[in-house]
Design a protein around this ligand. Structure first.
Ligand SMILES: [Zn+2]
Length: 383
């Protein structure tokens, strides 16, 4: 930690030079934790920035987050940057009401903001709990993940821990913001498109030097439209893979029993992925067709209920995104989005909340017919 009570006065280590701190330490002052009041050690090494530490890590009921070198330097870098933008910035600010310490806390004329640097794995539930704690006090929270994403563009693999930090806001779309203290940079991956449960298509990596970072974020790379070809080949590859391996058996069986051919499913089944749904788009969109649309159409409420029933049975999984506003129903959001795409393609028409099929469900019977269908679809989709 970077703050402590030294002789009953709150001291922030990086506000003093090494010389001053060495002198202070040799005067054997009473150094205690501002939260649990237990004695602390002042550490002045050559590799890390000077900081305080409990004699035993588990000593403190409040300061239980991992305190690595990266975490210490991250907090200092953020403090310095935000201090140049806002007059009131504190480091390791304790909020008694929720028993949480904000790494950096900013009070501006219009808002109160907590900035959290996350260096060690944290469960999605814990992330949600801490976020809700701040929100209950009307405090905005900005989580910064320090773990580097492996590749700058193309398919990006994100662990479930990294995925918990995904946020969604227009025009950035689904995005991940990383903070790399050693490089003095923020890395922004925007317009992420989920290709599978843990692979995402990232358009470009946008690097923001700490000296240019502001809240709210104003710097952003131009939004690039998603190249449909990437999705189409990913979709085809996925269908071929599940046909070859003993996976997704229940789904394959359902397609077979319905008299459809998995290889020749219409292109609008698995048209595009939606970020709130973890299940592969071919699966959830096929279920939507077989439960509601194939029969000629249905009311929006009926379609959403059918998807909710699929979700209860575990056939369709919603992606757990604790930092995405949980206001609406993710299934309804995805269903509405998909139906609007089908409407644009001229496959359905929505009238007073009722969805009508404009052309009969048909799964091409042969390879040649499927290729004709693909050509027709490409013309409609303008790809
Ligand atoms: Zn303590």
């Amino acid at each position: 930690m970077l703050t402590a009570h030294v002789n009953h006065r709150l001291v922030t280590a990086f506000h003093h030079s090494r010389g001053e701190l060495l002198k202070l330490r040799s005067s054997t002052p009473a150094i205690t934790c501002p939260h649990c009041r237990k004695p602390l050690v002042l550490k002045i090494g050559s590799k890390t920035i000077p900081h305080f530490a409990h004699q035993l890590k588990q000593d403190c009921p409040v300061m239980h987050k991992g305190e690595s070198r990266l975490h210490h330097s991250g907090k200092k870098i953020l403090y310095d940057r935000f201090h140049s933008l806002f007059p009131d910035v504190k480091v390791e600010y304790f909020l008694k009401e929720i028993n949480q310490i904000a790494d950096v806390f900013i009070t501006s004329e219009t808002a109160r903001m907590a900035v959290e640097v996350q260096c060690s794995p944290l469960s999605a539930a814990e992330l949600k709990k801490r976020t809700e704690g701040y929100r209950s006090l009307g405090i905005q929270v900005i989580w910064l993940l320090t773990e580097g994403a492996p590749r700058p563009s193309g398919a990006l693999r994100l662990s479930s821990f990294q995925q918990a930090f995904l946020r969604h806001v227009e025009p950035l779309g689904l995005f991940l913001l990383l903070f790399l203290p050693d490089q003095q940079e923020f890395h922004l991956y925007q317009n992420l498109i989920p290709l599978s449960a843990n692979t995402f298509h990232a358009s470009t990596l946008h690097k923001i030097p700490v000296s240019e970072f502001t809240i709210p974020m104003t710097t952003q790379a131009p939004v690039r439209s998603f190249p449909y070809k990437i999705w189409d080949s990913s979709r085809t590859g996925w269908i071929q893979r599940i046909l070859r391996y003993p996976t997704e058996q229940a789904f394959k069986q359902e397609v077979y029993q319905s008299g459809d051919t998995l290889l020749y499913l219409p292109q609008w089944v698995g048209l595009l992925p939606h970020y709130r749904i973890e299940t592969h788009p071919v699966i959830w969109q096929y279920y939507l067709w077989s439960d509601a649309l194939k029969k000629g159409g249905a009311g929006l409420g009926t379609i959403v209920s059918a998807m909710a029933a699929r979700s209860e049975r575990g056939d369709v999984r919603v992606r757990d995104l604790p930092l995405v506003d949980q206001g609406g129903c993710p299934l309804e959001e995805a269903v509405k989005w998909y139906l609007s795409l089908l409407e644009k393609l001229g496959i359905i028409r929505m009238e007073g909340g009722v969805c009508r099929l404009l052309q009969q469900w048909e799964c091409p019977a042969t390879f040649d017919l499927y290729m004709l269908h693909r050509a027709d679809f490409s013309a409609r989709f303008r790809i």
